[in-house]
Write a new protein. Structure first.
Lengths: 233, 626
């Protein structure tokens, strides 16, 4: 569904990604693994058009999308949930969802507020609460729900389990599995192997801005040497 | 008591236009993060537009024509704003805020000349409002009916805007973009259209503000800068990006004006200054504004550090100085007086570069300190018959004192807020000089300020100027590379880290601001003797703009830049003024083009080119070996 080839990204003069390439097959959950600073967040931002790639190709269903502005990439079917959530703090939860609302490009049934609230029941009681006054876990759920309101076919989740209480992490994992069952493709970045192992079909491991492993999640989970080298686990 | 009530109602009516313009500015800033200096120009065009439209429509439609002309004028100004967004602002969203401010300042000049060409120089008073031309009796006093219309309009617009921003999808998107515009784009919203729409709305509000004024105030070419200083004060007091904030502040400011005129008719604007001062000390973000995140105001790559020049550049500097000293051997009286003026502006620009480039404080009112120096000289000569040396020694003291007082407030702010406040202070200084006729002669200025006999020959005055300017500029550079200068640059680059190593950043910036004021004051003192007279124009916004353009031409982060910029700009302007009446529009268009094309100034861009040349061999070597 999504293919990345020879992706390079520079921040000023500092190069962060060195020829990253991998595929995200439709209907599956792919985990982008790696330590802090390995380039996971930068990869997702580049896919979304939030940082311009210096070179390389990003194809969505065979169509080049690198160099497009973020809004066009979003309309082409990518949804992005930022690591720091980036909800609109001075607006209500319902208004945050409204900003994300966008009709699906194809004829699929769109997500509704009722449906995202079924996925994240905590949000139902918070509709009129200012988003900045909700807890970290609620903000994470809101960020995912807001992006779902745009009916993405491929959801990019940047570190969805980071800094959350264990019970919320379990809810996020259940939500990711539910999304996959509903036909949404997911690419998530993660340092938490347990979380990634519980939801992902495939794993791509980044180290110092390059791909070191690309294969089944189970293969990564079963290889202690690989985990030790690239994930320090 | 009744009189007080009437004065109160008059204040409410005056608040209307102020609120409309200020809230338009605030809305545009909220989303685009650009402080639109041309907003006052939109207000002016709104007034002129309503004048012309009502003139055209009233013969056809009678009274209805007038009431139609007002929203139509607003609509037209909205479209003008949208055009400006597409043509200019859109290219500046990623630029440093200085260039955003300067480019919109350039637009002020272009629009002013366009208005002069379209409507001519004379004041145009609109018709009385049909159906509201009379007066009603309130508590035994006469109140114009039209004032009541304006009193009602403000809250109506406020309510309408509230509904727009809370009850429509477009409004919700705009509010979201105010908080995180990049994320709004990632959610699939086309920001370009959103931004154009927001600028349309904000400009239309300014246009409406101007349009509703025509029965009360004649449309004239000074409306743009007259209102912008007050509007800046209102938005700073109310809080940028908020809508209710400017409403409250406009009410407050208009009431102050209405009652201040009874107490201190000549300098009622000083009251405005006092309110602003109190609010800024208590709540720097304004009454209803949100705190800015630290460092969120600036964009762009960090500056590369300033390096002291090597021997070669020092020798070149010495050679230039010697050549300048030899100028009287070849040049005549007129050329020498032009050369003196260029030197004075070089010092003025260098003092501005010091607070902007080294101190990181963008001042849009630096002419205040030039003017204070000039008026110190002029007043001491005309009122006390002071000798030239004594008067000249007073000039930097006056500049420094002014900067000490104004700077105390200014250094509490940063970025665009600081720029707006410096401009407001300069406008206050201008208003005092303009209105206090008994002391300053007002618009007639102070005349007959000639140098002492020993310095009265063009060559002698030129040498005196050259000596003082060269000494002052060398001293400034010495300060830049002294511990004080390092501390100032550290405060500029990271307030937090500078504080962590023990620098009292606010005090550092305050002293820097004061120093710059002293040097500008000295330039002002010389300017007074060079011209032989002082007029309020020396304190005016266009004078501040000239200095900014000189610094921009030369490059903000280069020490030699302002000197080169002053020579190029003053030379160009002298030539343009002799060629055309519309030189302002040409300068303005040039400023806009410069901001869009050369965001680092002439010298700055040259140096960037040098640096990239220095870097490329390393890269190509790697390529060759690999």
């Amino acid at each position: 569904m999504l293919s990345v080839r020879a992706l390079e990204v520079l921040y000023g003069r500092a190069q962060v990604l060195f020829g990253v390439g991998f595929d995200v097959p439709g209907g599956q959950v792919t985990a982008l693994m790696g330590r802090n600073g390995a380039g996971k967040s930068t990869t997702l931002k580049a896919l979304m058009g939030l940082v311009p790639p210096a070179s390389g190709e990003i194809r969505l269903d065979g169509r080049r999308v690198d160099g497009w502005p973020p809004y066009r990439i979003a309309r082409a079917g990518l949804g992005y949930v930022a690591e720091d959530r980036r909800i609109f703090p001075d607006m209500t939860v319902a208004e945050n969802l409204e900003v994300g609302r966008r009709a699906p490009a194809d004829g699929r049934a769109p997500w509704t507020v009722a449906e995202v609230e079924r996925l994240f029941p905590n949000l139902a009681d918070l509709r009129d609460r200012r988003a900045g006054q909700t807890s970290g876990g609620e903000q994470q759920m809101l960020a995912v729900a807001r992006t779902l309101m745009g009916n993405p076919r491929l959801l990019l989740l940047d570190e969805p389990s980071e800094g959350l209480a264990p019970v919320i992490v379990q809810q996020m994992a259940a939500a990711v599995r539910a999304l996959k069952a509903g036909g949404v493709t997911v690419l998530l970045s993660e340092q938490n192997l347990r979380f990634a192992g519980s939801v992902a079909d495939r794993a791509v491991v980044l180290e110092k801005g390059a791909v070191r492993f690309d294969g089944a999640m189970a293969a990564l989970a079963d290889d202690p040497a690989l985990r030790h080298t690239y994930l320090a686990l | 008591m009744d009189f007080v009530a009437v004065q109160f109602l008059t204040g409410l009516a005056s608040a209307c236009a102020l609120f409309l313009v200020a809230c338009g500015l605030s809305i545009i800033f909220g989303v685009t993060r650009i402080v639109n200096f041309a907003h006052g120009s939109f207000f002016m065009v709104g007034a002129y537009g309503a004048y012309s439209l009502s003139g055209a429509l009233m013969p056809l439609l009678g009274g209805l024509g007038f009431w139609l002309a007002l929203p139509l004028a607003a609509l037209g100004v909205g479209l003008l704003g949208a055009l400006v967004e597409v043509a200019v602002l859109r290219r500046l969203y990623r630029s440093h805020e200085l260039f955003q401010l300067l480019a919109t300042f350039g637009l002020v000049l272009v629009i002013k000349d366009a208005a002069l060409i379209t409507w001519g120089p004379q004041d145009l008073l609109g018709p009385r409002a049909p159906g509201a031309a009379g007066a009603v009796t309130v508590l035994g006093e006469q109140i114009p009916e039209y004032d009541l219309v304006l009193i009602a309009l403000g809250p109506l617009v406020l309510a309408g805007l509230w509904l727009l921003f809370h009850r429509t999808r477009w409004g919700v998107l705009v509010r979201a973009a105010t908080q995180d515009r990049e994320m709004v784009g990632a959610l699939g919203v086309d920001q370009k259209k959103l931004f154009t729409g927001v600028v349309f709305l904000g400009s239309a509000l300014a246009g409406l503000g101007g349009a509703v004024q025509i029965p009360r105030e004649a449309a004239n070419l000074n409306m743009d800068l007259n209102i912008i200083a007050e509007v800046f004060a209102v938005t700073v007091v109310g809080g940028m990006g908020s809508i209710a904030g400017p409403f409250l502040a406009a009410l407050l400011v208009a009431q102050l004006n209405a009652f201040g005129i009874l107490i201190l008719p000549e300098i009622s604007i000083v009251l405005l200054f006092l309110v602003m001062a109190v609010v800024l000390v208590l709540r720097p973000q304004g009454l209803l504004g949100r705190k800015e995140l630290a460092g969120s105001a600036t964009h762009g790559a960090p500056e590369s550090p300033l390096r002291p020049e090597g021997w070669t550049l020092g020798l070149i500097g010495l050679a230039v100085l010697l050549a300048l000293a030899a100028l009287p051997l070849v040049a005549g009286g007129y050329q020498l007086s032009v050369a003196s003026e260029i030197l004075i502006f070089a010092l003025f620009a260098a003092s501005l570069q010091f607070i902007m480039g080294v101190g990181g404080m963008i001042s849009f009112g630096h002419a205040a300190y030039l003017g204070l120096g000039a008026y110190a000289v002029a007043l001491s000569v005309t009122h006390w018959h002071a000798p030239m040396t004594g008067a000249l020694a007073l000039a930097p003291v006056a500049g420094a004192l002014g900067a000490l007082v104004f700077g105390w407030f200014c250094v509490r702010l940063s970025g665009v807020y600081l720029a707006m406040l410096t401009l407001a202070f300069a406008q206050i200084a201008w208003a005092v000089a303009f209105q206090w006729v008994g002391l300053t002669g007002g618009d007639n200025g102070l005349l007959g300020i000639w140098p002492a006999a020993w310095a009265s020959a063009p060559a002698a005055f030129y040498w005196l100027t050259l000596g003082l300017v060269a000494a002052a500029v060398l001293l400034l550079r010495r300060i830049v590379f002294a511990p004080f200068g390092y501390g100032l640059r550290a405060s500029r680059d990271s307030t937090l880290r500078a504080e962590a190593v023990g620098i009292h950043t606010r005090r550092q910036r305050w002293y820097g601001f004061t120093l710059a004021g002293a040097f500008a004051g000295l330039a002002g003192g010389l300017y007074a003797f060079a011209k032989g007279s002082v007029f309020p124009e020396v304190l005016s916004i266009p004078m501040s703009l000239d200095a900014l353009v000189m610094v921009l031409l030369g490059g903000v982060q280069t020490l030699a830049g302002p000197l080169v910029g002053a020579a190029v700009f003053d030379g160009l302007q002298t030539w343009l003024m002799s060629e055309t009446d519309y030189w302002r529009a040409i300068v303005g268009a040039g400023v806009v083009a410069l901001c869009v094309a050369f965001p680092r100034g002439l010298v700055g861009n040259l140096r960037a080119l040098q640096e990239s040349r220095r870097d490329t061999p390393a890269v190509s070597e790697e390529g060759a070996s690999g």
